[in-house]
Every structure is written in structure tokens, then in C-alpha cells.
Design a protein around this ligand. Sequence first.
Ligand SMILES: C=C(O[C@@H]1C=C(C(=O)O)C=C[C@H]1O)C(=O)O
Length: 361
Amino acid sequence: MNESDQLKTIRERIDRIDDQLLELISERARCAQDVARIKQVAGEMNDFYRPDREAQILARVRELNPGPLSDDEAARLIREVMSACLALEKPLTIAFLGPEGTFTQAAALRHFGHSIQSTALGSIDLVFREVESGSAHYGVVPVENSTEGVVNHTLDMFMRSPLHICGEVQQRIELHLLGKGSDTSGIRRVYSHQQSLAQCREWLDTNLLQAERIAVSSNGEAARRAAAEPDSAAVASETAAELYGLNRLARNIEDEPGNTTRFLVIGRQTVAPSGQDKTSLLVSVRNEPGALYTLLAPFNEHGISMTRIESRPSRRGVWDYVFFVDIEGHAGDAQVAAALAELEQRASFLKVLGSYPRAQV
Ligand SMILES: C=C(O[C@@H]1C=C(C(=O)O)C=C[C@H]1O)C(=O)O
């Protein structure tokens, strides 16, 4: 067989596979509709989105993935199929820290897939309020953020908000040089958030020393300006490039590749155990010698790993400290529940912010 006959044969095979895929995806979508009908009859429509179930599906895909696609790619594809199926039940409305084109938006799309209705809001407070009022089903906010510098504000919001953490998203921070043209010649200004500029300093020093660096409020805003002004470029994400119709003049210009930011999904719902969960707590203790040591001892005694601890002033009194603690496991797990009961005895204040599946996509 010559080359063109070989290609023709393979393409015919691909067409047949796509026919089967389409049939299977449609069958899956009809199953999701059946689930929706059952939930409706049972009056469980508040629970139509099930982060625990979705996490289990994605974990299974990773486990069974035969390749050659990577586990990440396989999970991402099934993520999109689930997103489209869920939208048949009811499209999710997601509020995120905007503007359009930020990494928070990328994180929202990564977590929920593209079949959502998303709203860009101007501040973290507004995202909390939108979800609290029921105007959005869920919100996405940065928590350990190397680009937008708002970690503390998100943590502070949990002190007074009744919302729960329903999920987490790990988003690789990949920064590109974006512009209207096709190369870097003629660029006089580079816009970005100041931390993104800092993260690409070496690349900019080597390749664009002549251009003025201008810090703006977000990478989305930088992309908007680069799209509107000639002689300008932005350091921003791929999402920003798509949204503002910009070209990637240089890819992955961050000085330290592998940089990841963590985002939280906030909602009014508590999430059932998925088998691979994390729990976030807010815990306060009097400032006495050994207080933190005593406070955390129950985790050690019950064999629970702590993955993060962050301290903040409580604003309730000069002697109080508040700690944001992440542990492995679900608050409903026997060991975790026992440790939390002991912790409650020792703490002056304890709030479980949520148990949720660890990031799967
Ligand atoms: C189908 C369900 O509802 C939703 C859709 C899912 C899917 O498409 O697989 C999974 C969980 C839910 O978010 C379900 O609860 O099983």
C-alpha cells in the first residue's frame, strides 16, 4: 500500500471510532439525564453536582488509562465529557476572581470543564458574596497564589463566611509573551501583574531589555491592553491569549518552570467522602507556652498527616492566633473525627471549613 492509501485506511478507521465515541458519549449523557430525573424525584436537586463522585470517576480514569495519552490528558477529556453531561442536568454557575483571562478562570475551567456559565468578579469578597447569596452555585478563589498575591485575603474571608470548601484545583502557572504581531521586534511596553513580571525577569532581561515593564492589576488586564495598544505585549496565560485574540510570541518564559498555584472551590454544600480527601480547618488557640504543640498532638496520635499550616491574627483579641490547617482525610472518617473531637477540647475555637476531594485534574 502506498502512503496515501495507508492514510486513507487509517482515517476511515478513525471515522468509525469517532462514530462509536459519539454513540457512547450520547449514551453516557442519557444516563446523566436519568440520574437527574431520579435526583429530582428524590428532591435532591441541591446535590445535583457531586464533587465526590466526579473525583472517583477521574481517579478511576487515571488508574485504568492504557495510554498512549497521559493520565492528565485522559482525565481532562473525561472531565469535559462530565461537564457537558452535567450541563444537561443543570448548567453550573461559577463565580471566579476576574477579570477574564486570569489563572483563576483557567482553574475554574480545569476543575468544572467548559460547559459552565462563569462570571468574572472584581474581588474575592464579591466571589464569596455571590455564592453566599445563591447567585452562583460555586466560586473559585486563589489560596496559595504566586501570581496575584491574595492568599491571606481568601483565608481571612473564611473567618466570617458560612461557605464550605468543596474542592481544590492545582493550576500550573505557564506564562507566555502575548502580542498582536508575530515576533518581539517593535515591542516597547510589556504589561503584566507585578509578580508575573518578577517571575519572568531573567527572560525579559535577556530578550526584551529595551521594553518598559508596566505592572497592572491582573494578567487579564495586561492582555486586554496588549490587544488594544500597538507596540505592546503582555505576559499572561494561554486563556488570556485565546480571550483577547493574541499570538504567543514566546512560550513558557517563566524563569522557574513547574510553578503551581492552588485554588479553592467554595460552595454552600458539604461534600461526601470520595476516598481521597483533604480537610481544611480554622483553629484558634490561646498564646501560652507549648499551645500549638498541644493543639496539634491529636493529629499525631491518630496518625493523620498535616499538609499545611498557616497562621493569621484572629482580630478577636491580642492573645489569640488563628491557624489554617490542612489535613489528609475526610471529617467523616473515624480517625479524623476522633482527632477533631480532641482538638475541639484543646482549642479556643474550631471551624471545619470543609472536607473535599484532592485535585484530580
Ligand atoms: C451523573 C451524576 O451527576 C453529576 C454528573 C456526573 C457525571 O456526568 O458523571 C457525576 C457526578 C455529578 O456531578 C451523578 O450524580 O452520578
